[in-house]
Design a protein around this ligand. Structure first.
Ligand code: ATP
Length: 236
């Protein structure tokens, strides 16, 4: 475990007196693809919200690259390279793909055109639709655009909350393959997915979250073979 990545230690958090996370600890090292899997309501989105600075911890610490980020404001956390793909795909509907992507580069001073080329190389479907209004694209294309927009801020750690929601199995596979390519390009990824089998299949490591507690962790391939995981999350 290095100090270059994200470390959550003994964190508790919740909403107006209702505790959701009960002392969880996890880490994501530089360049790793790590998943959090678990049932509805386990606290997966809450964990991402906490890291993004949208929710305060009531106990414990969150550090990134050796510095505390808990208690910092969301835009300060983004500036450190910790970026969550926007939920609900809240793109600027009437604006083109190109314009949406450029808006993602608000923290970047130079090299925006090169970044755009990288995103288009990762998502050829977006390259074909540069001038198309975001709101006229399919759900899968919009999800790719939301991920592309987050990449335009040159993240060091990218967080995704259920990127496969509402997508066909084929598109889910395309999006998760893109997530793997993002990791291959050196960006660490923290992925929250209901689709446990596919998430574990692409992950270096994973955590299983149940009722706000981490009950298991290990290499993605090992968890996919674990009898408890297979029964509870893979329907096997
Ligand atoms: P899902 O896949 O359903 O989103 P999850 O594991 O991501 O599951 P969370 O969204 O983190 O779960 O929710 C954990 C618990 O916190 C749930 O019981 C949920 O009802 C509750 N919760 C989430 N957001 C709020 C909120 N803004 N105010 C109060 N309770 C909330």
């Amino acid at each position: 475990m290095s100090d270059q990545g994200l470390r959550i230690e003994e964190v508790s958090a919740g909403y107006s007196g209702l505790q959701i996370l009960h002392g969880i600890s996890l880490h994501v090292d530089a360049g790793e693809l790590v998943s959090i899997v678990g049932a509805n309501g386990a606290g997966k989105s809450t964990t991402l919200r906490l890291i993004s600075g949208l929710l305060r911890a009531s106990a414990g610490t969150v550090t990134y690259a050796g510095e505390r980020i808990d208690g910092r404001r969301p835009h300060e956390i983004v500036r450190r390279g910790v970026v969550q793909v926007s939920e609900g795909r809240d793109l600027f509907g009437p604006m083109s793909v190109d314009e949406n992507l450029r808006l993602g580069a608000w923290t970047v001073r130079s090299g925006v055109d090169e970044l755009l080329d990288e995103v288009y190389a990762l998502f050829p479907a977006l390259a074909e639709r540069r001038r198309q209004a975001a709101q006229t694209m399919s759900g899968g294309q919009q999800q790719m655009l939301a991920i592309g927009r987050a990449l335009m801020s040159r993240p060091k750690l990218l967080m995704l909350d259920e990127p496969s929601t509402g997508l066909s199995p084929k598109l889910t596979w395309e999006v998760l393959e893109a997530v793997r390519s993002i990791r291959d390009r050196g960006v660490a990824v923290l992925l929250v997915e209901q689709n446990a089998a596919q998430a574990l299949g692409i992950s270096d490591r994973a955590y299983v979250l149940e009722s706000g507690t981490i009950v298991l962790d290990g290499p993605g391939s090992a968890l996919a073979e674990d009898a408890r995981v297979r029964k509870a999350y893979l329907g096997l």
